[in-house]
Design a protein around this ligand. Structure first.
Ligand code: ADP
Length: 374
């Protein structure tokens, strides 16, 4: 059983650069927690502090029931999988897998059983007598995974483990790792995971919960659906979702039935938005709506008028780029809807789904349109 609890964790590097600004995060026993954010947001620094590869400047890290602040990596009950596999080049797969157990002087029978068991789980039995240079990228990554698995750690720490693989392999390894996690959990093994990636697709598909980071701070921690539907701020709203959420800067006219002004255009947001707007929602606001939640119409009474600039045909869907004043909005439509559209003049009205739009405080970035529920 191993929870990971991080309290007020800070990291100041030797050059006095503060990389981590007092973050707190709890990872439940058996949970798959993804740390995601753009390059440089301190995902790796945080993971390396949990691993004990990087000293912490202040705060506390607990793994299970122990404070591990001063424990060396080998005593923390963790196993780490790196981006570059870090296999020993001169050792066969078999020896790479069981190197740790041999160091611990386990019995020969025990080592052999554990090696075979891990090779079976990861389907790498035919590779046991190969050298790392005789493996493909995906096979090498599975061996790296096996080397972590064989230790039966309390917590698995992954640092961008799929970044060196091509897109197709990445997709299949993603599923393989999530399946493995489910299986370990179902069989009652320790299966707490902290997984670092910059890739939002990995984060969304793999995480039970996702911790979105920016510049050494946590922006939001939530399950994938909540992050997508209820982003706490502009940063999370823009980081999660493809294509990126549309943002329009304008003036919010508050009231029971609020309006949003962009240039000389005024859009009625309606009472439902009014009901969920926070009383402190400022006039200087940014409206956010996902491309999937804004559709073109030529006659609808309420929407943003714009000029169709570019159309990208992707087969099953069509991506429209529409200029509304100085702002470019994107709308994603099923192909059939696009075919039905009268687009003779090139002018379109973009109609937002009022239930799915967000209003952000432009200054603080905070989402001020979330109802008070979780
Ligand atoms: P990420 O994993 O999110 O890309 P890192 O944890 O690698 O980010 O880095 C976080 C920040 O700390 C970056 O600004 C990086 O330049 C800085 N940093 C990382 N390692 C060091 C170091 N050894 N000394 C000084 N600054 C560092």
């Amino acid at each position: 059983m191993a929870r990971v609890e991080i309290k007020n964790l800070e990291k100041v590097y030797g050059n006095s650069f503060k990389a981590v600004h007092g973050i707190s995060l709890d990872v439940d026993d058996g949970e798959f927690m993804v740390l995601v954010g753009p390059s440089g947001c301190a995902k790796s620094t945080t993971l390396r502090m949990i691993a004990g590869l990087e000293a912490i400047s202040s705060g506390e890290i607990r793994i299970g029931d122990r404070v591990v602040n001063r424990l060396p990596p080998g005593k923390r009950g963790i196993a780490m999988v790196f981006q570059n596999y870090a296999l020993y080049p001169h050792m066969k797969v078999r020896s790479n897998l069981n190197f740790g157990l041999r160091l611990q002087r386990r019995s020969k029978a025990e080592i052999e059983a554990a090696t075979n068991e891990v090779a079976r789980i990861l389907e790498i039995e035919p590779l046991l007598d190969r050298l790392p240079k005789e493996l493909s990228g995906g096979q090498a990554q599975r061996v790296a995974l096996g080397r972590a698995l064989i230790k039966k750690p309390d917590v698995f720490l992954f640092d961008e483990p799929l970044s060196n693989l091509d897109a197709k392999l990445r997709a299949s390894m993603r599923v393989r790792i999530t399946d493995l996690h489910k299986r370990l959990k179902a069989e009652g093994n320790s299966s707490t995971v902290v997984y670092v990636t910059h890739d939002q697709v990995e984060a969304m598909t793999m995480g039970d919960r996702i911790c979105v980071m920016k510049e050494g701070r946590i922006m939001q921690v939530a399950d994938p659906k909540t992050l997508y539907e209820r982003p706490a701020n502009l940063f999370v709203a823009g980081f999660i979702g493809m294509p990126e959420m549309n943002f329009l800067e304008g003036e919010l006219i508050a009231g029971p039935s609020p309006k949003f002004m962009v240039g000389d255009q005024c859009v009625e947001l309606g009472e439902a938005v009014g009901a969920r707007l926070r009383p402190d929602a400022p006039a200087a606001a940014t409206l956010g709506v996902r491309p999937q939640h804004v559709r073109p119409d030529t006659v609808a009474p309420n929407g943003f008028d714009g000029v169709l600039s570019t159309v990208e045909f992707l087969g099953h869907e069509v991506v429209l780029h529409v200029d509304v004043g100085p702002t470019r909005l994107v709308s994603v439509l099923p192909s059939a809807d696009y075919d039905r559209l009268d687009r003779g003049s090139g002018r379109l009205r973009l109609v937002p789904d009022l239930d799915a739009l967000h209003i952000f405080n432009r200054e603080t970035g905070e989402n001020v349109s979330l109802p008070d529920r979780h």
